[in-house]
Design a binder for this molecule. Sequence first.
Ligand code: GLN
Length: 279
Amino acid sequence: MTGTISEALREAAARLSATSDTARLDAELLMAHALGVSRSDLLLRHARHPVPPDFAGLIDRRAAREPVAHILGEQEFYGRPFRVTAATLIPRGDSEVLVEAALALSSPPARVLDLGTGSGALLLSVLAESAAEGVGTDRCTAALEVARENANRLGLEDRARFELRDWHEDRWVDDLGQFDLVLCNPPYVESDAELDSDVRDYEPASALFGGTDGLDDYRALMPQLARLLTRDSVVIFEIGAAQADAVTALAAAEGYAVTLRRDLAGRARALVMTRGIKR
Ligand code: GLN
């Protein structure tokens, strides 16, 4: 690519618009990465710089549907940068509603558990915004390494611990202890769902697919949660767009009261469960 940064950005955005809903943003993030500057500095200070030689290759990767977060190795979530790899789900803006729900609880949790923590984004965001300590579990060792790295980067390593656990195995709950708050964004996509190739070809299937109706992990977890909770504990699940009724029924069958919270697009996204009276 020749010409100025602004020209290169325009060309790249036009090319990416065939495959990305966020073509201009993608191009700016990749340009900032190639220059080693922040996106805001890129726009303010570098518009007239020569185009870095690496930029074209980054745009080729994005044009082949590789997620920007994988190319950068990083995704912002709840205002903080998180390292992500192919071993972790890329944290979604929609999931921030779980953090908001956690921070809005009437009594702030002291001990937080995040089941299927992946990059650690949910747990570490809540810890960063509170004085709580927490445990993140995952069945994937490579994901736990990413989560630990994120805890270190955010200076939360003294309050966050990460453990290899698989809730489909016997005795996985043993010795975890009890928690005031349990967070969980399980795999919930139906196994035959048509996903964009950015997601399907690059993000871990084990973090996405929850069986034929997407509900396998809710079914497995619901009856096991009681052992992790005290009387006043709260559980916050992420759910898929059409799953509110089904997951509410699974929670009610175990005696939980449920409230729902919507994401930015207005879809029920977080299911908040308590054991006592509805709140
Ligand atoms: N929200 C993600 C997607 O639609 C799925 C996340 C999940 O299964 N927990 O791609």
